[in-house]
Design a protein around this ligand. Structure first.
Ligand SMILES: Cc1cc2nc3c(=O)[nH]c(=O)nc-3n(C[C@H](O)[C@H](O)[C@H](O)COP(=O)(O)OP(=O)(O)OC[C@H]3O[C@@H](n4cnc5c(N)ncnc54)[C@H](O)[C@@H]3O)c2cc1C
Length: 306
């Protein structure tokens, strides 16, 4: 960005722009080089003019939610990283009939917190999210899920913001599949998930809360938490589990630099301290090659790269 572009960018948002900002602090992996600029957007009305400016000036941008499913490269990102805050984290509930409630949640809403608060309100459908450390925006893009449920099963509509304005997509128009949304290829770097509508059902509050509690306990038992990570690194291949295949290839505890295949859960690549993105990518390739040779299965990463 030239000086003039920097000045205009600063004029478009209320919060100070963070220049040459290290992205490792915004990712659960605690890895990643600097972005030219990080912009925190608190007000809904700031978003569209900002996207319009970035498109007009041809400045590349990406958005980070909680950064819990991304690996940022060591060289960083030569453009603007957006982070939704403030007004984008608001939630509203509307009764649609005696049994159903439509929950409208901003793109920055914390999924785990929303899941617990819906459970507190006696709403069922979002329990799977009670241990997922992402935002609603990230959950839509990833079609986040667990324990046989996913966001697609409760998602009714999304509001996207693009440089040209708002785009509302209904459930029927969303092409969500296992941990991915087809539209992502079209919209990456072009649209922001500003809000989502979720259709939940009324149920028994105590039963719903007890179910969430049991999911949390199961998660605690299987999920390593001693080192920074981005959750499951690879998608499960059809009919199998990536963790099982990686473990069968003998990788538990295998290291490249500061990156390691978790000893607790083989589908977690962890940062044991000071890992670089290069370490993680090298480890990923070694695992992919050996699992392919051993079992004939190519493991696709679930984690997104910036
Ligand atoms: C300990 C741990 C456990 C996890 N367990 C699970 C699990 O059980 N199930 C599961 O599915 N995932 C799990 N994850 C992964 C992760 O939490 C989810 O994928 C989550 O939905 C990602 O949300 P996020 O806000 O962190 O997205 P980010 O990681 O910040 O971003 C992911 C992608 O979404 C894009 N994005 C984010 N927000 C927006 C937005 N508003 N508009 C447009 N694009 C956006 C980003 O550009 C990026 O491409 C786990 C992660 C960790 C660290």
């Amino acid at each position: 960005m030239n000086r003039e572009q920097q000045k205009r960018l600063m004029g478009l948002v209320a919060m100070p722009v963070q220049w040459q900002c290290n992205l490792s602090r915004y990712t659960s992996f605690a890895i990643g080089g600097p972005a030219e600029a990080v912009v925190n957007i608190h007000q809904i009305r700031e978003l569209q003019p900002l996207l319009g400016f970035l498109a007009h000036e041809d400045i590349p941008w990406r958005i980070i939610g909680k950064g819990s499913n991304i690996l940022v490269r060591d060289e960083g990102f030569p453009g603007v990283i957006l982070r939704l805050r403030g007004e984008f984290a608001t939630v509203a509930e509307e009764n649609t009939d005696d049994r159903s409630v439509l929950v409208r949640a901003g793109g920055a809403t914390n999924l785990a917190r929303l899941s617990w608060s819906c459970s507190e309100d006696g709403l069922t459908g979002l329990e799977f999210g009670c241990g997922i450390p992402g935002t609603i925006g990230g959950a839509v893009i990833m079609n986040a899920g667990a324990w046989g449920q996913e966001i697609a099963s409760v998602l009714r509509a999304v509001k996207l913001m693009t440089a040209e304005g708002e785009v509302n997509l209904s459930a029927g128009e969303l092409d969500l599949s296992y941990r991915s949304w087809k539209g992502f290829e079209v919209y990456q770097g072009r649209a922001v998930v500003a809000a989502a509508e979720l259709a939940l059902q009324r149920g028994d509050r105590h039963t719903i809360l007890a179910y969430c509690q049991s999911l949390q306990e199961k998660r605690k038992a299987i999920q390593p938490n001693e080192n920074a990570n981005a959750g499951s690194f690879f998608k499960n291949p059809p009919g199998d589990s990536a963790g099982r295949l990686i473990e069968a290839s003998g990788f538990k505890g295998f290291r490249v630099g500061g990156a390691m295949v978790s000893e607790g859960h083989a589908n977690f690549l962890v940062n044991t301290g000071g890992a670089t993105a290069c370490d993680v990518l090298r480890l990923m390739e070694i695992v992919q090659d050996k699992v392919k040779r051993d079992c004939g299965v190519w493991l696709d990463p679930e984690v997104h790269f910036i």
